[in-house]
Ligand binder design. Structure first.
Ligand SMILES: CC(C)(COP(=O)(O)OP(=O)(O)OC[C@H]1O[C@@H](n2cnc3c(N)ncnc32)[C@H](O)[C@@H]1OP(=O)(O)O)[C@@H](O)C(=O)NCCC(=O)NCCS
Length: 236
C-alpha cells in the first residue's frame, strides 16, 4: 500500500505518541535521561501529547500512514527556521508559556516519572552550545525535533518520504535543515543517504556518565557524501 504523509491531526495524537514510545524504547538518550526503574509510561505519554499539541500549533508535525489505514507508522516534528535577529512574537511568547504551564501541571500530577532533571539540563546546555556554534546561516534552519518510524515499518522508505516533505520546502526557500540523532550507527549513514552531512558531536556528561548525540545539516547545495569524507571534514 502506498504511504501518505499528512499533517498531524488531533485524532492521530494517541497513535503518534505510541509510535514515538515504541521507536525510542531503547534509545540511548532516553536510557540516559530517564531512570528506567522509575520510568512512568503514562506520564511520558502525557508529556509527548503536550508536545504534539504544541507542535501542531507551532511547528510542522507530520504523520505517515498507509493509504486507507489510520495506524500511525511514522512521525516527524520540525521547528520552523528563525532568521538571525528575528524578534520573538507575542504568539511565540504566549505559546512558550502555554507549553510551560501544561508541563508544570503534568509534573504536579504525575511527578517526574523517572526523568533525571539534572541530565535534562546538561543536554539542553550541550544542545545550546552546539547550535550556537553551527547555526551560522542567517536564514535559520528547519530543525528536525522528532523523527521515528515504528520498527515493523522501518527500511521501507517512510523516513525518506517524511524527510522529503520538508526538505523540498527548504529547497524552495534555499534554507538549510538540521537534526540531532542519539545514535551514530546506523543513523548518520541513513541521514547522509537523505542528503545530510554529519557536523558535530554533542557531548552530554553527567560526572562521567556520558552520552553523545550527533548533529547533521542538510542543504540542497551539499552533494551526497560518504561518512568517511564527511567525518574527515567535520569541525570536531
Ligand atoms: C531513522 C529512521 C527514522 C529512518 O526511517 P526509515 O523509514 O527506516 O528509513 P528509510 O527506509 O526511508 O531509509 C532511508 C535511507 O536510509 C537507508 N537505510 C535504512 N536503514 C538503514 C540502515 N540500517 N543502515 C544503512 N542505511 C539504511 C535506506 O536504504 C534509504 O536509502 P535509499 O532510499 O537510498 O535506499 C528509523 O529507522 C527510526 O525510526 N529509527 C529509530 C528511531 C530513531 O533513531 N530516530 C531518529 C532520531 S534522530
Amino acid at each position: 500500500m502506498p504511504i501518505r504523509v499528512t499533517l498531524l491531526a488531533e485524532r492521530d495524537i494517541p497513535g503518534a505518541v505510541a509510535a514515538i514510545q515504541e521507536a525510542f524504547a531503547d534509545d540511548p538518550y532516553n536510557n540516559w535521561v530517564f531512570d528506567k526503574t522509575r520510568f512512568d509510561p503514562q506520564r511520558n505519554a502525557v508529556s509527548l501529547s503536550i508536545r504534539c499539541e504544541w507542535g501542531m500549533r507551532n511547528g510542522i508535525f507530520h504523520v505517515a500512514k498507509e493509504e486507507g489505514s489510520d495506524e500511525v507508522l511514522g512521525v516527524a516534528c520540525w521547528l520552523r527556521p528563525q532568521r538571525a535577529g528575528q524578534p520573538s512574537t507575542w504568539h511565540d511568547w504566549f505559546e512558550s508559556w502555554r507549553l510551560w504551564l501544561n508541563q508544570v501541571g503534568m509534573n504536579l500530577w504525575y511527578g517526574r516519572g523517572g526523568l533525571n532533571v539534572k541530565r535534562y539540563w546538561v543536554w539542553k546546555a550541550a544542545q545550546s552550545n552546539v547550535q550556537s556554534a553551527v547555526w551560522t546561516d542567517p536564514l535559520g534552519y528547519y530543525f528536525l525535533n522528532i523523527m521515528v518510524v515504528v520498527p515493523k515499518a522501518q527500511g521501507r522508505g517512510i523516513g525518506r518520504q517524511m524527510m522529503k516533505a520538508v526538505t523540498d520546502e527548504a529547497d524552495t526557500k534555499n534554507t538549510k535543515c538540521y537534526l540531532e540523532s542519539s545514535r551514530d550507527v546506523p543513523n548518520i549513514q541513513i541521514y547522509e543517504t537523505l542528503g545530510f552531512r554529519f557536523t558535530k558531536e554533542l557531548e552530554c556528561d553527567d560526572h562521567g556518565t556520558a552520552i553523545k548525540l550527533f548533529a547533521s545539516e542538510y542543504s540542497q547545495n551539499y552533494p551526497p557524501g560518504t561518512m568517511d569524507t564527511v567525518r574527515s571534514k567535520s569541525p570536531l
